[in-house]
Write a protein that binds this ligand. Structure first.
Ligand code: NAP
Length: 267
C-alpha cells in the first residue's frame, strides 16, 4: 500500500485527540489533512477526498457529524471515529455511509507521548479491507488492540470510565467540602492518599464537558452509578450500625471476585 496515496482526514483535527492522531499518522508516513468549523477545507470536502475519514469531535455532536459527512465517502473508503462511546456512533456510521466502518476508542488521553503499551478498543462493523491495515499499524507502534462489540465496549466503559470518574469527582467534592486546608491533609497523607489525590487533581484539571458527556451519553453509566450508590448505602448502614459482619462479607465477596481473575497479568 503506497502510504502517501492514502489521505487520512481528521474531522475535528484541531482538537486534543485530533492533533495527537494527526502527529501519529504523519509520523507513520501518511498524508493527513484536517477540517473543522474554521478551516479553509470544509469537512464535506475532506470527506470526499479521504480514503480514511476519522471523526474526532465532541461526543454531543459526533452522530450529527457522521450523518452529515457519511454520504460523501466512497464505498471502498473507511469511516472511523474515536468517540469514548461506541454504540450510537457505530450505528450512525453504518446508517449514513456505505464505506467500511470501524469504531475506535483510544483508552488514553492526548498527553501520552506514544502508543506503546496503550489500549485501543476496535469495533469493526463493516468490511474486511481496512481492519488488517489498522491493526498492523497500531500494533507496529506497540498499541494493544481489543476487538469487541459496541455494546460490550459501552458496558465496560460504564465501569472503567463512568464509575471511576464519578468516584473521583465525589472524592474531590468530599475532600473540598471538609474545609481542611490541602497543606494539612498533605502533611498527614499516606502514600495511598497521595496517589488518590493525584488522580483527583488530574481529573479536575481537565475539560468538564468531556467528563459530563461521557457520563450523560453512555446508557450504562447511570445504572453503574446507581449500583455504586446502593453499595455506598450498604456501607453507610454497616458503619452506622457497627455491623462488622457486613464488612467481613463484603471483603469475602470482593476477594473472591478478585481471585477469580488473573490479576497479576492485568496490571
Ligand atoms: N480527550 C480525551 O482524553 C479523549 C480520549 C479518548 C477519546 N476521546 C474522544 O475523542 C473525541 C474528541 O475529543 P477531544 O478531547 O479531542 O475534543 P476537543 O479537544 O474538544 O476537540 C474536538 C474538535 O472538534 C471540533 N468540533 C466540531 N464541532 C464542534 C462543536 N460543536 N463544539 C466543539 N468542537 C467542535 C473542534 O474543532 P474546530 O474548532 O476546528 O471545529 C474541536 O477542536 C471525543 O469523541 C472524545 O470522546 C477523547
Amino acid at each position: 500500500m503506497d502510504k502517501k496515496s492514502i489521505t487520512i482526514g481528521l474531522v475535528g483535527g484541531s482538537g486534543r485527540m485530533g492533533q495527537w492522531f494527526k502527529r501519529f499518522f504523519t509520523a507513520a508516513g501518511y498524508s493527513v489533512e484536517i477540517a473543522g468549523r474554521r478551516t479553509a477545507l470544509t469537512p464535506v470536502e475532506l470527506a470526499r477526498k479521504s480514503r480514511v475519514l476519522i471523526v474526532t469531535v465532541p461526543i454531543a455532536v459526533t452522530c450529527a457529524t457522521i450523518k452529515e459527512l457519511g454520504p460523501y465517502l466512497a464505498k471502498d473508503a473507511l469511516i472511523m471515529d474515536l468517540t469514548s462511546l461506541k454504540k450510537e456512533p457505530v450505528e450512525a456510521m453504518l446508517r449514513y455511509s456505505e464505506a467500511e466502518v470501524i469504531g475506535a476508542h483510544p483508552l488514553f488521553g492526548p498527553r501520552e507521548r506514544s502508543l506503546k503499551g496503550k489500549n485501543i478498543v476496535l469495533c469493526p462493523a463493516r468490511g474486511k479491507r481496512w481492519l488488517p491495515w489498522l491493526k498492523d499499524l497500531f500494533q507496529s507502534y506497540g498499541g494493544h488492540l481489543e476487538i469487541m462489540s459496541p455494546d460490550e465496549h459501552d458496558r465496560a466503559m460504564g465501569i472503567v470510565q463512568g464509575l471511576v470518574h464519578a468516584a473521583h469527582m465525589a472524592m474531590g467534592m468530599t475532600v473540598a467540602g471538609s474545609k481542611f486546608p490541602l497543606s494539612t491533609l498533605g502533611s498527614v497523607a499516606t502514600p495511598n492518599f497521595k496517589k488518590k489525590l493525584q488522580q483527583v487533581r488530574r481529573l479536575f484539571s481537565q475539560d468538564p464537558t468531556l467528563y459530563a458527556q461521557m457520563l450523560f451519553y453512555n446508557s450504562y453509566a447511570l445504572p453503574t452509578l446507581e449500583s455504586y450508590m446502593d453499595n455506598l448505602h450498604r456501607l453507610v448502614s454497616a458503619v452506622r450500625e457497627k455491623e462488622s459482619a457486613t464488612i467481613e462479607k463484603v471483603f469475602a465477596e470482593v476477594g473472591l471476585y478478585i481471585k477469580s481473575g488473573n490479576y497479576e497479568t492485568i496490571l
